[in-house]
Structure formats: C-alpha cells, structure tokens
Design a protein around this ligand. Structure first.
Ligand code: ZN
Length: 252
C-alpha cells in the first residue's frame, strides 16, 4: 500500500513546488477572504492598552502604527509588548510625526536626513526592544511616489489616507498590497455609522479588505473612535463572516 501512495505523494509535492499556481490555490482558501484592517496611529499606547480585553474578546487583531517611540516610558514599552504578545501588529509611523513632505520640500532637509531621523534610527531603537515593524503609515497621510519607493525598501507596505469622497479607495485586495489608503473613522471624520457599514458591505461584496484609521479609543476627542462604533464594526463584519487582518497580512 505504502509503495503505491509514496510516488503519488511525491508527484503532488513536486507539482506544488514547480507550479506556483498550485501554491496560490492552497493559500486562497484561507487568505482571499473579505475582511477589515483596523489601524490605530500615533503614541496612544496607554489608551489602547485599556481595550486589550475588548480586542481579545472580539478576537480582533489590530495594527498599531507607532510614532515618538523614543519618548515611551518603560511602562509604555511594556504595554506595547503586551499588545504585540496578544497578536496585534506593531507598525511604524515615524519618530517625530512631522509632515514628511514639508520636512524636505519646505524645511529643506535632505531625504537622507529624513530617512535617518524619522525612519531608520527609530526603527533600530524599536528593534532593540523586540519590535520589528514591517509596515508604515505616513503622518497626516502626506506622501508622494518617490517616498513610497524609498520606504518600500524598509517596509512591505505604506499607508496614506483616503482624502477623497471615493470610499472604494480604502478597499484593498486581501493580499500583496504595497500602498494603502486608510479611511478615517474617528469623530473628526464626520462619517456616520451608515457610511462605515456601507464600506464594510462593499468590502464583503468585492472580497476586499476595508482599511480603517483611528487614533484614540473612546476618549470622546476629535481623534477618537467610540467603542460603540468599534463594537458595531465587529458585530457587522462577523455577521457577514468577514475576518480581521493585520496590515502585514495583506501586504507584499
Ligand atoms: Zn499620526
């Protein structure tokens, strides 16, 4: 019996090695599944940490784009490590949160200075503490194609903001992205729950991943998303059978 199965098994393994399409097919059952990427920006780790249980209970993995890591206290670094241990992605959002376009084109720094001061030095600091960001978000969404290319040497994807009325710009394929346009869902976005639900439904219908951007959770500030909204997003996407992706999962 074994002698009959052996060659067949070997043949199917070889087909999968030599025909990339086969590998892709294997992957599709799991990965090409409509979903949501919840992303949170800046240095609000104390606030996010308070909602760890919410994420755990909802079985939601989020992506936290970190800036100003050089100013984190030991306690904040510890909270960030715990977020990471719970399966969340720790991503990068520059050192000082400058508008990267202004930094070079208005304040006349070189792009080498920009990369060192705002990206590589800070990344090294995070690496030393056990954080290895592989995805990046632009402060204020300010970017251009030259920056995108420059940053893609260090990151699998870069995330800008969807500053248009075209909500479909924030629907991404569920794999191999290098440039994403997040849709703001904080209070300042003035988007209603109905609009957010519409974007989720479009992602579901098109087998895409909706990329949302927030900052604080439930502080009531302008740059804050309410817990109620997050709960609605979770409930609706689960009702549709969608999954939650970290950004690195849908990146190149
Ligand atoms: Zn920011």
């Amino acid at each position: 019996m074994l002698t009959k199965i052996g060659p067949l098994l070997l043949l199917s393994i070889m087909i999968c090695i030599f025909f990339p399409g086969c590998k892709k097919f294997q992957k599709e059952g799991y990965m090409t599944h409509a979903g949501i990427a919840l992303t949170f920006d800046d240095d609000r780790v104390d606030n996010w940490y308070n909602y760890l249980e919410f994420f755990d209970t909802a079985q939601v993995k989020a992506t936290f784009y970190i800036c100003k890591y050089n100013r984190f206290t030991a306690d904040q670094k510890n909270k960030l490590a715990i977020l990471q241990q719970h399966g969340h992605e720790i991503a990068y959002h520059t050192t000082n949160h400058y508008n990267m376009m202004d930094y070079v084109y208005k304040y006349h720094h070189t792009t080498d200075e920009l990369m060192k001061n705002e990206v590589t030095d800070g990344l090294k600091m995070m690496n030393r503490d056990g954080f290895y960001p592989t995805t990046f978000a632009y402060p204020y969404g300010a970017h251009n194609a030259v920056y995108d290319k420059m940053l893609m040497r260090y990151f699998k994807s870069v995330r800008a903001l969807n500053g248009t009325n075209d909500l479909t710009k924030s629907l991404a394929p569920t794999e191999n992205n290098d440039l994403l346009f997040g849709l703001g869902i904080d209070k300042s976005s003035k988007r209603s729950d109905a609009v957010v639900a519409h974007v989720i439904k479009s992602a579901f219908e098109n087998n895409n991943c909706a990329v949302f951007v927030s900052h604080d959770i439930n502080t009531g500030g302008k740059l804050s998303v309410s817990l109620d909204r997050l709960q609605k997003i979770v409930a609706y996407s689960k009702e549709l059978g969608m999954k939650f992706y970290s950004v690195s999962e849908i990146s190149n």
